[in-house]
Design a protein around this ligand. Structure first.
Ligand SMILES: NCc1[nH]cc(CCC(=O)O)c1CC(=O)O
Ligand SMILES: [Mg+2]
Length: 333
């Protein structure tokens, strides 16, 4: 038989897939607990546990319970958590002053986490939406337009209050222009030279954030108004590179692409163009749709693990995921 080199049958792709050992040998992407970051929702009170109906398995916890949860995550090897507050109506105003209250819920939580589980990295959200009466990520004018520079002034105060409370990573998720540079400048001025900035640099105006807005209670206040005047159009890709370039120039240490699974082309472009630490947020809607199908028995948890591996394969260095604890348990087995 005449065999043509590098063609069938000299090359049979199925040979390497034939056994577990050779499948493991040629596996290109490895998901580990080091890749998993977990978003957590904190609420006021003691022994409070409030499920989020659109996110089965996710609960808003009071700080006493959340610290226990943080201990468990650290024991599983999760490197860091991202903290999101549920703010009562009394804490929501037009100017979002509660965002930089040194004794606010987030600021108290940071201190409690750093006392109880110092090895766990604490990422805090820099954005005003939990604190505004209208649910937008910034301060608005009479027409409802989110004012960029006025908002950045407040974001800087919020960022400094988190850094002073001991946050390891500040994560501006608001998409105002110039906020990374403004925050970096004040951190340097205050000698907080090792406070990291994770910029949500390419954050899209996505319908997949719905369950999150239920969880933090901003959905009702936001009503029908969207965030398209600051978050990106899902149709755009070059614009994401422009955003990332600016945030890196302003002093971001890491960049985020958000959402995850429908945006993996963006992840790959960002990582290959800039080669900087690149994270992905597998957002609430992605979690909700997987969990809904898993609850119905239409998908299994294997689909969720597959989604995480695929997000990693696109080139990212870490994934912020509500599935993080469960995935860590499965990976540690
Ligand atoms: N600063 C707002 C913020 N920070 C994280 C999320 C969404 C996260 C998720 O859906 O899991 C949002 C929602 C929004 O932009 O309205
Ligand atoms: Mg930007």
């Amino acid at each position: 038989m005449q065999i043509t080199p590098r063609q069938f049958p000299a090359t049979r792709m199925r040979r390497m897939r034939a056994d577990d050992f050779s499948r493991r040998l040629m596996q290109e992407t490895h998901l580990s607990v080091n890749d998993l970051l977990v978003p957590l929702f904190v609420q006021e009170g003691q022994q409070q546990r409030t499920p989020v109906p659109s996110m089965p398995g996710v609960e808003r916890l009071s700080l006493d319970l959340l610290v226990q949860e943080a201990r468990e995550l650290a024991a599983l090897g999760i490197p860091a958590i991202a903290l999101f507050p549920v703010v009562d109506a009394a804490g929501k105003t037009d100017l979002a002053e509660e965002a930089y209250n040194p004794n606010g819920l987030v600021q108290r939580s940071i201190k409690a986490f750093k006392d109880a589980v110092p090895q766990l990295g604490i990422i805090t959200d820099i954005a005003l939406d939990p604190y505004t009466s209208h649910g937008q990520d910034g301060i608005i004018d009479e027409q409802g337009y989110v004012l960029n520079d006025r908002t950045v002034e407040t974001l800087v105060k919020q960022a400094l209050s988190h850094a002073e409370a001991g946050a390891d990573v500040l994560a501006p998720s608001d998409m105002m222009d110039g906020r990374i540079g403004a925050i970096r400048q004040v951190l340097e001025q205050e000698g907080l030279v090792n406070t990291r900035i994770l910029s949500y640099a390419a954050k899209y105006a996505s319908a997949y954030y719905g369950p999150f807005r239920d969880a933090v209670g901003s959905a009702a206040n936001l009503g029908k108004s969207g965030k398209q005047s600051y978050q990106m159009d899902p149709a755009n890709s070059d614009e994401a590179l422009h955003e990332v370039a600016l945030d890196l120039a302003e002093g971001a240490d890491m960049v985020m692409v958000k959402p995850g699974m429908p945006y993996l082309d963006i992840v790959q472009r960002v990582k290959s163009q800039f080669g900087v630490p690149t994270l992905v947020y597998q957002v609430s809607g992605e979690y909700a749709m997987h969990m809904a199908a898993i609850e119905k028995g239409w998908l299994t948890e294997a689909a969720m693990m597959e989604a995480l591996v695929c997000i990693k394969r696109a080139g990212c260095d870490g994934i912020l995921t509500y599935f993080g604890k469960r995935a860590a348990q499965l990976l540690n087995q």
